[in-house]
Design a protein around this ligand. Sequence first.
Ligand SMILES: N[C@@H](CCC(=O)N[C@@H](CS)C(=O)NCC(=O)O)C(=O)O
Length: 193
Amino acid sequence: MQLHYTPRSHFARKVRIVLGALAIPCELVDAGNAAGSDPAQFGPNPLLKVPTLVDGTQVVFESDHIAAWLVRRHDPADRFNVLTTDVDALNARAAMNGIMAAEAELLLAERTGLDTRAHRRFDKMREAIRLGLEWLEARPTAVTAVPTYHDFHLVSLWDHFALYDVVPLDYPHLRAHAARIDELPYVAATRPV
Ligand SMILES: N[C@@H](CCC(=O)N[C@@H](CS)C(=O)NCC(=O)O)C(=O)O
């Protein structure tokens, strides 16, 4: 099994945490600069993004889709609640994905030479990130004996924001929650460097 990823990708990190939590061996294939446009970098993903999983003859792309694939095959009891249908949990997942996607657009635009401060479109992305983080901060998640995929998602988001400094991070609940999850050995092993 192979995961096309980059060491800093927050979308890939939530998958790497699931792999670690379920002790699934997987070869990591580094795509290099995620802003690149060479299809060869991204394995079989036509969208030129990471992560992508290659499991035997099956290709799976999109982080949550990959996590669900892994859980259906390796953890039918779904101990981390990856397959939840709870509407509030899925709203939080959508919020985190939206925040992460907006951050990635800002960073990759800058990396390819755009001044994101010069375009109102990017102001809106920064504002959506701010409001999204505020929304999450106002809905603190309980600390559970067994961590959840939500926790894996949040720590991936938080550590990436801490690394790239795209917006101020005045969110004490999110910070504390991410720090707790970051202490789990299989989470710590995936920290972006
Ligand atoms: N919805 C996708 C998002 C993946 C994504 O945006 N990955 C970023 C890296 S964190 C990427 O590869 N971006 C390349 C690009 O947009 O050019 C998922 O959940 O896997």
